[in-house]
Design a protein around this ligand. Structure first.
Ligand code: FES
Length: 153
């Protein structure tokens, strides 16, 4: 549908963007706001590479229309932390070398963050269940699980 003015709350700031309400949030984040933490993988809601937090819960930005977000708070990987002050989940993935190519890591980190927001004492079974829908084509699953376990500690 036709572009219109849309307000998006991202990483603590409000942005006014001219977008079609049907446009996927992922496009707005990457193309309009220059936030390249969330990745484009499948574009179909199936791989998890594009995961962001919406009001603290994991959501797949590639299938989320910008028009439906209202005042909800969107957090991207950039909003979690940076090298100087990483989120504990980011720190754990660095320490346990959770990355091979790294393409899936945004989704892994954001999904673990969302799990810990809900359940700070998450156990191995919780972590596995939560990450089941996040695909890693390098097969770095053991390092990713180790990173997630470290994040709980
Ligand atoms: Fe969004 Fe794959 S790119 S789930």
């Amino acid at each position: 549908s036709a572009p219109k003015q849309i307000a998006l709350r991202v990483n603590g700031s409000e942005h006014q963007l001219l977008l079609s309400p049907d446009a996927p949030l992922l496009y707005a984040l990457r193309n309009d706001l220059g936030l390249n933490g969330p990745k484009y993988g499948c574009g179909l809601g199936e791989c998890g590479a594009c995961t962001v937090l919406v009001d603290g819960r994991a959501a797949r930005a590639c299938i989320l229309p910008v028009g439906g977000l209202g005042q909800r708070e969107i957090t991207t990987l950039e909003g979690l932390g940076d090298l100087a002050a990483p989120d504990p989940v980011q720190q754990a993935f660095i320490e346990c070398q959770g990355a091979q190519c790294g393409y899936c890591l945004n989704g892994m980190i954001m999904t673990v963050r969302a799990l810990l927001n809900r359940k700070p004492e998450a156990d191995e079974a919780d972590i596995r269940r939560e990450l089941r829908g996040n695909l890693c084509r390098c097969g770095t699953h053991l390092e990713i699980l180790a990173s997630a376990r470290r994040a709980v500690e």
